[in-house]
Write a protein that binds this ligand. Structure first.
Ligand SMILES: [Zn+2]
Length: 246
């Protein structure tokens, strides 16, 4: 009951903020579902490697990719796959990249949730339900950055996925570092992804985890998260991201 009241209040508050933005700043928000659908129509049609999420050539029998039954892998993942399954909605290119940036920059909760619903669709199309079911875990942003932005966008996405698929959402990871990832080089990113396990968080033993993030750049943060999740009992970890920077 309290949750329902809170949600109603939050929706009304967001509606008021949108109205004030329109009135005083002349800023209009896109209709969430439409904006996501439009961006994905332009950036989401390609095939991707199910080991690392990278885009593949149209012809998967070409030199850069090979099909193992239903699984498509790039040349690198054929030798050693980064993950055993990868869900993505598209590649990091306009207009999808700009929409993701605006979700964070303008605290567009409703668009973040629409991305979550689109991910839930992709997940249910691609993955079969494991015996114990899934749990969904978001990759967090550092607390100060979340506060400054006014949005926990991966949290919103993860909760939307949880609602759509009827699975539990657990925030068991915490972002420690305040270093901005975009300002770092590849090797630095891999070393300094500041993820730690959150206090006394628990996940069920032998869980299958859907790991939610907005953009995969090097994959360093996802790998670090998998390491932490496996150390705390996860049986398998499958990333699900909005887009991948090739
Ligand atoms: Zn790959």
């Amino acid at each position: 009951m309290l949750r329902l009241l809170m949600r109603t209040w939050l929706q009304r508050f967001r509606g008021d903020v949108a109205y004030l933005e329109r009135m005083f700043l002349g800023r209009t928000r896109p209709e969430a579902e439409g904006a996501v659908r439009e961006a994905l129509a332009l950036c989401g049609s390609e095939r991707w490697c199910e080991g690392c999420g990278g885009s593949l050539e149209e012809d998967t029998s070409g030199p850069s990719a090979v099909g193992h039954g239903a699984t498509r892998l790039c040349g690198r993942c054929r030798l050693q796959p980064m993950f055993h399954g990868f869900i993505r909605l598209g590649r990091y290119a306009p207009p999808l990249d700009r929409l993701v940036q605006r979700v964070k920059g303008n605290a567009w909760h409703d668009v973040a949730e629409a991305f979550g619903r689109a991910l839930a669709c992709a997940i249910s199309r691609k993955l079969s339900r494991p015996p114990g079911g899934w749990i969904v875990v978001p990759i967090p942003s550092p607390p100060l950055r979340r506060l400054r932005r006014g949005i926990d966008h991966t949290g919103s996405m993860a909760r939307a996925v949880g609602r759509e698929l009827g699975i539990r959402c657990t925030s068991c990871l915490r972002a420690r570092s305040s270093v901005r990832q975009a300002s770092l080089g590849r090797s630095e990113r891999l070393q300094r992804s500041g993820l730690v396990w959150r206090g006394r968080s628990r996940i069920p033993e032998a869980s299958s985890v859907l790991l939610l993030d907005d953009v995969r750049t090097t994959g360093g943060t996802l790998l670090k998260a998998r390491e932490l999740l496996e150390r705390h009992g996860a049986r398998e970890v499958i990333p699900a991201v909005i887009c991948v920077r090739d």
